[in-house]
Ligand binder design. Structure first.
Ligand code: SAM
Length: 287
């Protein structure tokens, strides 16, 4: 009979059998509540036609659910100590391929090409210390990924789904929403994990857009303007732009571009939509 790991007693059994020591630097908090992987599988809408990339399988807790719901699972785990454990816990799960490696250094385009070309889905209980670099690699890399269902810190999930006027709205909201439609699916209390993290978590569903939400002429430059706006979010937008040296723009140039768009130059960046940032960036570049 298969042993399912989303349970405190089963997880403890595996940990002690292998004398596994949790490594904080890898953000290791393993799931011990079956309701969470079930919710993640539902959020990803998995079918046997899907190929799934799992980031950080740990001891394989969620991998078991993914294996049963999807056609193929590719699981990339950085911690070498977990590889023999995964070979054991996933022994009866024939459609899982475990790869030892760092997801940030993994050639995703090659991995997807080797597995039918995609589009694939990404599912993960993310290591929180690298949430943003992982999300931005998956979103901005241009690879064939259709959807992501990921566990992140609750506070980060709120930032990602926020819009203008919210205190949580910022460069991360815009960076993610440019590429995807984000939605919070459910919350997971610290007691759903072993060891318990200090913060609550949320499952995010990100549906990747076929084309970005806005079409600035120079997306990289727009993201620099967004960065400037939120680095000094209490300042008016022209002052924040002038205060960010890499842009090389004066307060007057920024104010003129805003006025040309019909925007009050006393506004703060936190009130602008993504589309307005794109239009402002085009206006700034034409000045
Ligand atoms: N999926 C498991 C679960 O839900 O029980 C474990 C989740 S734990 C929050 C994060 C996992 O990501 C750990 O197994 C950790 O070793 C792994 N990890 C951390 N950094 C990684 C990286 N750069 N690339 C791949 N895996 C990583």
């Amino acid at each position: 009979m298969r042993a399912y790991l989303a349970d405190p007693a089963e997880t403890k059994k595996v940990i002690s059998k292998y004398e596994f020591a949790f490594r904080k630097q890898y953000g290791q908090n393993f799931l011990i509540d079956a309701a969470v992987p079930e919710a993640i599988v539902r959020a990803a809408g998995l079918t046997k036609d899907d190929t799934v990339l799992e980031i950080g399988p740990g001891i394989g807790t969620m991998t078991q659910y993914l294996s049963e719901a999807a056609g193929k699972v590719i699981a990339v785990e950085i911690d070498k100590a977990l590889i023999p454990i995964l070979q054991d816990t996933l022994a009866g799960f024939g459609n899982v391929q475990v790869i030892q490696g760092d997801i940030l250094k993994t050639d995703l385009a090659a991995l997807i090409a080797e597995n039918g070309g995609g589009p694939i889905k990404v599912v993960a209980n993310l290591p929180y210390y690298i949430t943003t670099p992982i999300l931005m690699k998956l979103l901005a890399g241009g690879e064939a990924i259709s959807l992501m269902a990921v566990m992140v810190q609750e506070e980060v999930a709120k930032r990602i789904v926020s819009g203008p006027g919210s205190k949580d709205y910022g460069a991360l909201s815009i960076g993610v929403q440019y590429y995807a439609d984000p939605e919070i699916v459910c919350r997971a209390a610290p007691s759903c994990f072993m060891p318990q993290p200090k913060v609550a978590s949320s499952v995010l569903r990100l549906v990747k857009r076929a084309v970005p939400k806005a079409a600035p002429h120079d997306p990289e430059h727009m993201f620099a303007v967004v960065k400037a706006a939120f680095l000094q979010r209490r300042k008016t937008l022209p002052n924040a732009i002038a205060g960010y040296a890499p842009l090389g723009l004066s307060r007057e140039e920024a104010a003129a571009a805003m006025e040309k768009m019909g925007l009050d130059s006393r506004l703060r960046g936190e009130t602008l939509t993504l589309e307005q940032f794109a239009a402002l960036d085009d206006a700034l570049q034409k000045n």
